[in-house]
Write a protein that binds this ligand. Structure first.
Ligand code: FES
Length: 119
């Protein structure tokens, strides 16, 4: 079995990779509701503070991490990883999920509170 794409946080990014496509239109955000939350990356033993106004992919990249990704639109599943705990929100549907999930797509999800990912 190969290495899971979630475990490649420090993988070098190919020049221009993932930049040719347009990301999904962000879900309308009430600026008053945007706040900082804690993201725990269980596999790598890191804890970060990110904004609830950003997708998890954008938030992790802003912290200097390079999670595996491709389309940045929720299509290719390259960015999928397990959410072990916490509330996430799908940026397309607005649906919030408090259950652990095996394939949270980082590019189209944001944290709605402290969250733990298998990264
Ligand atoms: S990068 Fe393609 S689904 Fe997230």
């Amino acid at each position: 079995m190969g290495r899971h794409p979630c475990r490649t946080l420090l993988r070098p990014r190919a020049a221009g990779a993932g930049r040719a496509r347009t990301p999904p239109a962000p879900l309308a955000t009430d600026d008053a509701a945007v706040r900082d939350v804690r993201v725990t990356l269980q596999a790598s033993g890191r804890t970060l503070t990110v904004s609830t106004g950003d997708s998890l992919l954008e938030a992790l990249e802003a912290q200097g991490l390079r999670p595996a990704h491709g389309c940045r639109m929720g299509i290719c599943n390259s960015c999928a990883c397990a959410k072990l705990d916490g509330v996430s929100q799908d940026l397309h549907s607005g649906e919030q999920n408090a259950d652990p999930v095996s394939a949270l797509r980082l590019c189209v999800s944001r944290a709605r509170g402290d969250i733990t990912l298998d990264l």
